[in-house]
Structure formats: structure tokens, C-alpha cells
Design a protein around this ligand. Structure first.
Ligand SMILES: *[C@@H]1O[C@H](CO)[C@@H](O)[C@H](O)[C@H]1NC(C)=O
Ligand SMILES: *[C@@H]1O[C@H](CO)[C@@H](O)[C@H](O)[C@H]1NC(C)=O
Ligand SMILES: *[C@@H]1O[C@H](CO)[C@@H](O)[C@H](O)[C@H]1NC(C)=O
Ligand SMILES: *[C@@H]1O[C@H](CO)[C@@H](O)[C@H](O)[C@H]1NC(C)=O
Ligand SMILES: *[C@@H]1O[C@H](CO)[C@@H](O)[C@H](O)[C@H]1NC(C)=O
Ligand SMILES: *[C@@H]1O[C@H](CO)[C@@H](O)[C@H](O)[C@H]1NC(C)=O
Ligand SMILES: *[C@@H]1O[C@H](CO)[C@@H](O)[C@H](O)[C@H]1NC(C)=O
Ligand SMILES: *[C@@H]1O[C@H](CO)[C@@H](O)[C@H](O)[C@H]1NC(C)=O
Ligand SMILES: *[C@@H]1O[C@H](CO)[C@@H](O)[C@H](O)[C@H]1NC(C)=O
Ligand SMILES: *[C@@H]1O[C@H](CO)[C@@H](O)[C@H](O)[C@H]1NC(C)=O
Ligand SMILES: *[C@@H]1O[C@H](CO)[C@@H](O)[C@H](O)[C@H]1NC(C)=O
Ligand SMILES: *[C@@H]1O[C@H](CO)[C@@H](O)[C@H](O)[C@H]1NC(C)=O
Length: 676
């Protein structure tokens, strides 16, 4: 039987691979030294040079997110196109980067430094006989008598899969983004009693405190694993499950720390796609940067329980008092008074240390604290003890002023407890339920308008209490219109060129108008349609531009096309539209193509643009919350009773009635944007 018959149900890319690979004579099941591979050599197979015996996994020199600058040696689950492991995640190579297999192991090097590999396997006990990729997704170096010398399963990146385990003391580290696999700022670490999520050293979740995990034993934890029926922290050499989460049976399941900081367990089946089974933290405000730096996150489940009881509440972001929305890529809030700026942390992690090594001495006199108000909390406080108890606020602040690694304090009035924020500022939690009424937050600022990380564009944006939601309106309405418009233009250009061809061939103008309904060709989830279709959505609803961005990063454009179109558009056609449309919503207007360029790209005369992720990240920041904002507007229109009276005094919240007029007026001024 030919391999292509066996695999015929798999992806087209894979089919192409088997064809070409058969021609070029590589075996799929093992590679022996001396072997080398580059992306360009295997470009027809998206860089794939090795495939597991039954085709479930492949190894490739791969560029996630279709960008053209960063290539990684990856193991990919073929059916779901999921990267389960990458070798050189910290140091990407270019498209000419090379993977070499010698008897000493694997090296990856860039063209400029062939003798200076960016990544290599550690020194091995004996010479390599073969490189194999198993059907479980494990890449193995075997010696000539088939003894394992090295295996990728022992070096997890951000994901573990069935068959793999994460031992105590080791961690998963998130990737920076879907297209940049370098190490991001979130960590999942296994300790002898727990699994802990941290952001730059600040804890924001523990498995032991998650109500969905069942504690089965008090034994010491030895490793974390998933199998076909559950997720476990095992102890006593795998004989006891210390913690367990039972899950429906599935053949492919990943436990992954995603780049938003969520620890997610999900399963995949080719029929139904991804199904998310577990998420920690699960509440909308649970991740450290959900509302950006110093953004105030309110998931408000007390007031929504009366009507819409959606399973996990969606967060609403605003800025606390004395702060307003910053404009930089980082999102989040900056001091309203331009004379204040965030001090640089002396912690080396963000490499600003050179700025103020002597800050504790020289500038302690010019720091101040901005009051965020009360009824607040910080995620780390829940998992840590206060640095001092029974002190008064001024002592708490003094302590922070003196220490350059301290960026803010939280102070509980009733107990005199002093908590500090170190290294980096995350989002602030706000609760309306009264539980934290006596918790006050203060953020340390330097006085004197030094250059801050967030640039000074606030002024031209209108400054003041610019509501977060305004920035969202262009994407949601504009983007859908834009896609429809581009699709229309593209159809026309096809018709025209088709007619030209027909004329040249002397054919009659057979009417090419099977497409009266083509304008609804794109499926627009978000407004309520797409609950179960969005694969990587973390909080259920996604709106279209964000979905388009995610699909772009996955390279999986067909998900965006209307299923009713089946077969009438190709992935490349949808890709073209999505890439152009994404470029048209770049945050910087100067980076958007002009109309002539758009037409040129649609007709194929101009090369397709590569959307700039830096300019699109704002979609991620706002994406999950637009739906929430629009739901609130509807809700308020429906029952004018004014049930909702949130954030009465403390902030420039976008849910407060007053900002809605502003909000509507922003729609009209922003939606006209698009191509320049
Ligand atoms: C692989 O290359 C090394 C160095 O170029 C050479 O010494 C060795 O004989 C080669 N091995 C095989 C199996 O071709
Ligand atoms: C990789 O292999 C190629 C061809 O076998 C060789 O020219 C190149 O020098 C090798 N690179 C390294 C880093 O060993
Ligand atoms: C391939 O092998 C794996 C592991 O043995 C198995 O779970 C999977 O079902 C197999 N896939 C196919 C398509 O045969
Ligand atoms: C190693 O495994 C391969 C494939 O299973 C087999 O063909 C080969 O005979 C084995 N070699 C030894 C020394 O066992
Ligand atoms: C994540 O954990 C690894 C291993 O413990 C550590 O080297 C790394 O610094 C941690 N990263 C962050 C951002 O905490
Ligand atoms: C998964 O692991 C648990 C705990 O060891 C075990 O009881 C269960 O049978 C395993 N499931 C499968 C499908 O192997
Ligand atoms: C755990 O089990 C493995 C095999 O199942 C055994 O080799 C090992 O010695 C055991 N370790 C301990 C600490 O019991
Ligand atoms: C901003 O802060 C400076 C320094 O504390 C103060 O002098 C100034 O009045 C403040 N400006 C406003 C508008 O509050
Ligand atoms: C940190 O910044 C300094 C000064 O710009 C620079 O020399 C140094 O290489 C940077 N270190 C890292 C690890 O980026
Ligand atoms: C910090 O201050 C000390 C003494 O005041 C000085 O010797 C040192 O060079 C300063 N360091 C930096 C990085 O400015
Ligand atoms: C640093 O602090 C010491 C003691 O607090 C003080 O005597 C000295 O003048 C300070 N130096 C500067 C440059 O402010
Ligand atoms: C600054 O604060 C951190 C954390 O609270 C602490 O570890 C460190 O020792 C403090 N440094 C000084 C100079 O007090």
C-alpha cells in the first residue's frame, strides 16, 4: 500500500510532503548521520524533514505565524498544526538556518555562523545511530543499538502532551507570542506540593487553590502529566495521583502555558477541533496583565448573576483614579498628571537598571505615591504574606520609597498589613462586593517628566479620561466592513481578469455570476455566532479582527471563510484578504497601505504585505473586552432601570453611563479609518 493512501485523510500539506519526499527518497521514520536540513531545502513541505511512522507528528524547520524572519526546529502535531516542542526557541534562525545531525548530536546554526551553533543537544554518552520521531511526538536520538541518548520529551518548552511528564522543580515557560517562540514572562513550576503560575516572580495561581482540581493524597508531588482520561500531579513514583482533574477520553491532549499567561488543557479531535477542558486562572481578571499595567480589572460577577449567567465572566478594564489610558504598545494606564512617571525598577529583568542604579539614594526624595483608591487588590497579595503587619501607612510607603525594587504598596487598614509590588506592575483587581473595602492601593511614581516608556501621544489622542472602549470601535465595525469591501474588490478584479482571459480565448462571456451571495462569504463571529468555533479563544467570545489575527498566526485561514462556500475559496485567497485587512488596521496609520496599494495587492500586481504584529497587538489587548462593552450597552438599553451603577466615583470607567455618549461619537470618527 502506498503511504499516500494511508494518509489521505490528513492535510493537503502533508500529502504534498509524502509525494515530494518519496521522490527525493527520504525515509520518514528515521534519519541517520550525516544529515542536514534547511527550511529552503524543504520549502515545499513547509520545512518538514521528518515525520512519525503513522503521520501524527512531524519535525520541521518552521516559521510560526507565517512570518519570514524567525525559524525554529519544531515538532508539530499535524492534524491540529500545534507546535508541541521547539529546540532553539530562544534563538531563532533565518530561512537559511540549518539543522545538522552528526554522530555527536543535533546542531542548529545560522548561515552567518555555521561553526557557532545557536542550539545543540548536550554532549552524549555515545555516538548517534539514528534520529527518530515517535507517534507520541517524542524526538529521539538513538545509539546504534537503539538505546535512547537524548529525547525532546525531557526538555519541555511551554507544552506537555500525553506520554510526557514535567518533573518537580522544572517549569514550562510561555512563548512571547504565537509567532515568536522566545521565552515570555509566565512560568508554570512544579513544586513538591503544587503547580504554581508566576509572572516575573509574582504568583498568580496555584493548582491547590483551584476548585476544579481534586486533592487525592498528601504525598509529595513528583511530576505532572496528562493522559487520555485526565490531568495529574503524581507522587510516589507514579503510583499515587496527588491532584487530579478527570477529563473526557481523548487521543490528543495538551497542557500548555499560553502567551496570555493561562495554563490551559485542551483536547483535539479532527472532527470537532479543539475543546478547552481546563483553564487556570479561570476568572476573567486572573492573569497579571489582563488590563495592562495598572489597568483596573473588574469582572463584576456579583451584578451579572441576576441576568446573564455566562459561565466565566468577562473582564471590564478601566483606569483607576489619577491614571488614564496610555497609548504605547504596552496598553494599560499611565499617571494622568504628566509630571509623574513610573520609576524604573532596579530589578535587572527589564534591563532598565542602568538608568537608576543609584536611585535608592539619589531619587528617593522625589518619589511619590499615587492613590488608586480603596476596594482594590493585587493578584500577588492573595498568594503571599504582607511584608509587615500592624504598621501605619506612612511606614509602609517609606519602606517602599527606599527600595528601588518596590513599585507600589497595598495597605489593609484594618490590620495594618503592608504588601509590596516588586519588579513589575500588573493589573489591579477591583471588586464591588465590599470584601476589600479596607484595602488601599498606591503606586510609586517619580516626579519630573522624564521619558516614560509610554510615549507622549496621549495629548493628540485627546488625553484625559479617554475610555478604553473607544479604541475598540474601529476594529470591530471597521474590520468587518473592510473585509467585506476587500472581498468585493477582489471578486471584481477576478471577474475582470477572467473576462479578459475569456475574450482572449474567444469564449463568449459566460456569466460568472454564481456569486450573488458572495458578500456574506465571511463568517463573522463575535456578535454571538462563534461560541464554539474559535479554537484558541480563552474566554469564549472573540471578535472578528482578533480571530483573524489569531488565524493568521496559525496560518489557518479557512476557518474564517463561511462554511457554505465550501471549496469555492482557497486558503490562499482568504489569506490574501486577511493579510491586507490586517495591514489596514495597523495601529500606526502610517503603516496602513493606501487605497492604490490595496487594489494592487488584490489584483496580484503588488506583493502581499506582511502584517506587523507590533502594530496589531492592541487587538489582543482590547479584543476580549469589546463584546462585554457592547453587551453592557445593549443591556442598558433594554432595561433602563439603571440596575448597573458601577464605579460610582473612583474611575473613568467605560461602563459608567456618562462615557457612553462619548463612546457613540467615537464610532463615527473611528470607523471611517481603514486604508489611508
Ligand atoms: C559524517 O561527517 C564526518 C565529518 O565530516 C565524517 O568524519 C564522517 O565519516 C561522516 N559520517 C558518515 C556516516 O558519513
Ligand atoms: C552541516 O552540514 C553541512 C553539510 O553536511 C556542512 O557543510 C556544515 O558545515 C555543517 N554545519 C555544522 C555547523 O556542522
Ligand atoms: C498513531 O499512533 C499513536 C500512538 O501510537 C496513536 O495514538 C494514534 O491513534 C495513531 N494515529 C493514527 C492516525 O493511526
Ligand atoms: C533498532 O530498531 C530498528 C527499527 O526498529 C531495527 O530495524 C534495528 O534492527 C534495531 N537495531 C538493533 C541493534 O536492535
Ligand atoms: C521560569 O523558570 C525558569 C526555570 O525555573 C527560570 O530559569 C526562568 O527565569 C523563569 N522565568 C521567569 C520569567 O520567571
Ligand atoms: C490515566 O492515569 C490514571 C492515574 O494513573 C489512570 O488511573 C488512568 O487509567 C489513566 N488513563 C489511561 C487512559 O491510561
Ligand atoms: C520508580 O519506578 C521505576 C520503574 O518503574 C524504578 O526504576 C525506580 O527505581 C523507582 N523510583 C523510586 C524512587 O522508587
Ligand atoms: C501635577 O503634579 C505636580 C507635582 O506634584 C503638581 O505641582 C501639579 O499641580 C500637578 N498638576 C495637576 C494638573 O494636578
Ligand atoms: C542592558 O542594557 C545595557 C545598556 O543599554 C546594555 O549594555 C546591556 O547589554 C543590556 N543587557 C541585556 C541583557 O540586554
Ligand atoms: C552610584 O553611586 C556611587 C557613589 O555615589 C558611585 O561610585 C557609582 O559609580 C554610582 N553608580 C552608577 C552606576 O552611577
Ligand atoms: C545618599 O544618601 C546618603 C545617606 O542617606 C547621603 O548622605 C548622601 O548625600 C546621598 N547622596 C546623594 C547623591 O544624594
Ligand atoms: C527591597 O525589597 C526586596 C523585596 O521586598 C527585598 O528582598 C530587598 O532586600 C529590599 N532591598 C533593600 C535594600 O531593602
Amino acid at each position: 500500500m502506498k503511504p499516500s493512501i494511508i494518509f489521505s485523510s490528513l492535510l493537503i500539506i502533508f500529502l504534498i510532503f509524502t509525494a515530494t519526499a518519496t521522490i527525493s527518497g527520504y525515509t520518514f521514520k528515521a534519519i541517520t548521520p550525516n544529515f542536514s536540513a534547511t527550511y529552503l531545502e524543504f520549502i515545499d513541505d513547509s520545512g518538514t524533514f521528518l515525520i512519525s511512522p503513522n503521520g501524527t507528528f512531524k519535525a520541521a524547520i518552521f516559521n510560526p505565524g507565517s512570518q519570514q524572519t524567525s525559524f525554529y526546529l519544531c515538532i508539530i502535531h499535524v492534524a491540529s498544526r500545534t507546535i508541541t516542542w521547539s529546540a532553539n526557541r530562544g534563538r531563532a534562525v533565518s530561512s537559511s538556518g540549518q539543522m545538522n545531525l552528526t554522530v555527536k548530536g543535533i546542531t542548529i546554526s545560522d548561515e552567518s555562523g555555521r561553526n557557532n551553533p545557536v542550539w545543540s543537544t548536550p554532549p552524549l554518552r555515545s555516538q548517534v545511530g539514528r534520529l527518530v520521531l515517535t507517534d507520541m511526538g517524542n524526538l529521539l536520538l538513538l545509539d546504534p543499538s537503539n538505546v535512547s541518548l537524548w529525547e525532546s520529551f525531557r526538555y519541555p518548552t511551554d507544552t506537555i502532551i500525553i506520554g510526557q511528564s514535567l518533573p518537580v522543580g522544572s517549569s514550562l515557560s510561555s512563548s512571547s507570542s504565537d509567532s515568536d517562540l522566545s521565552i515570555g514572562s509566565y512560568n508554570l513550576t512544579i513544586t513538591s506540593s503544587d503547580a504554581i503560575l508566576q509572572w516575573l516572580g509574582q504568583t498568580y495561581w496555584k493548582l491547590s487553590m483551584d476548585t476544579k482540581a481534586y486533592r487525592n493524597s498528601l504525598s509529595m508531588v513528583e511530576y505532572m502529566a496528562v493522559n487520555r482520561t485526565g490531568f495529574y500531579l503524581f507522587g510516589s513514583n507514579g503510583t499515587v495521583a496527588v491532584f487530579l482533574v478527570g477529563l473526557p477520553e481523548s487521543n490528543f491532549r495538551v497542557a500548555t502555558l499560553d502567551n496570555s499567561g493561562h495554563f490551559v488543557i485542551k483536547s483535539f479531535s479532527s472532527g470537532t477541533g479543539w475543546k478547552q477542558e481546563f483553564q487556570g486562572p479561570d476568572d476573567g481578571c486572573g492573569t497579571p496583565l489582563v488590563c495592562g499595567r495598572v489597568g483596573l480589572c473588574n469582572d463584576d460577577d456579583t451584578s451579572s448573576s441576576s441576568s446573564s449567567s455566562s459561565s466565566s465572566s468577562l473582564p471590564v478594564c478601566s483606569c483607576p483614579q489619577n491614571f488614564h489610558v496610555g497609548s504605547g504598545n504596552s496598553g494599560g494606564c499611565v499617571p494622568s498628571n504628566g509630571s509623574y512617571s513610573f520609576p524604573y525598577s532596579c530589578d535587572g529583568s527589564n534591563n532598565d537598571s542602568y538608568h537608576n542604579n543609584n536611585q535608592s539614594n539619589s531619587s528617593s526624595s522625589v518619589v511619590s505615591f499615587l492613590n488608586l483608591g480603596n476596594g482594590l487588590d493585587y493578584f500577588h497579595n492573595i498568594y503571599t504574606d504582607p511584608v509587615m503587619d500592624s504598621v501605619d501607612l506612612s511606614l509602609c510607603q517609606d519602606q517602599c520609597s527606599k527600595n528601588c525594587s518596590c513599585l507600589g504598596v497595598f495597605y489593609r487598614n484594618s490590620s495594618g498589613s503592608c504588601y509590596v509590588i516588586e519588579n513589575e506592575l500588573g493589573s489591579i483587581l477591583s471588586s464591588n462586593d465590599g470584601a476589600n473595602q479596607d484595602m488601599f492601593g498606591f503606586i510609586k511614581v517619580s516626579i519630573g517628566s522624564t521619558t516614560t516608556n509610554d510615549d507622549t501621544r496621549d495629548v493628540e489622542d485627546g488625553g484625559g479620561g479617554f475610555p478604553v472602549v473607544a479604541a475598540v470601535l474601529l476594529p470591530i465595525t471597521g474590520f468587518a466592513l473592510l473585509m467585506a469591501f476587500l472581498f468585493f474588490l477582489w471578486r471584481r478584479s477576478i471577474k475582470i481578469s477572467k473576462r479578459k482571459q475569456d475574450l482572449e480565448l474567444g469564449k463568449p462571456n459566460n456569466n460568472y455570476s454564481h456569486s450573488s451571495g458572495d458578500l456574506d462569504a465571511f463568517y463573522i463571529p463575535g456578535g454571538g455566532g462563534g461560541h464554539n468555533s474559535s479554537s484558541s479563544s480563552t474566554s469564549g467570545l472573540l471578535y472578528f479582527p482578533l480571530l483573524a489575527l489569531e488565524k493568521h498566526e496559525e496560518g489557518n485561514y479557512m476557518d474564517l471563510a463561511d462554511p457554505r462556500l465550501e471549496g469555492r475559496v482557497t486558503n490562499e485567497e482568504v489569506e490574501k484578504l486577511v493579510r491586507i485587512a490586517l495591514c489596514c488596521v495597523h495601529e500606526e496609520p502610517a503603516l496602513r497601505p493606501n487605497m492604490a496599494a490595496v487594489v494592487g495587492m488584490l489584483e496580484g500586481g503588488m506583493p502581499l504585505p506582511q502584517p506587523k504584529m507590533e502594530s496589531l497587538n492592541f487587538l489582543r489587548f482590547y479584543g476580549r473586552r469589546f463584546t462585554e462593552a457592547s453587551m453592557i450597552i445593549e443591556e442598558n438599553n433594554d432595561n433602563e432601570g439603571g440596575r448597573r451603577e458601577v464605579n460610582n466615583n473612583s474611575s473613568s470607567s467605560m461602563t459608567s453611563g456618562g462615557s457612553q455618549a462619548a463612546l457613540v461619537s467615537y464610532i463615527s470618527s473611528q470607523t471611517v479609518s481603514g486604508p489611508r
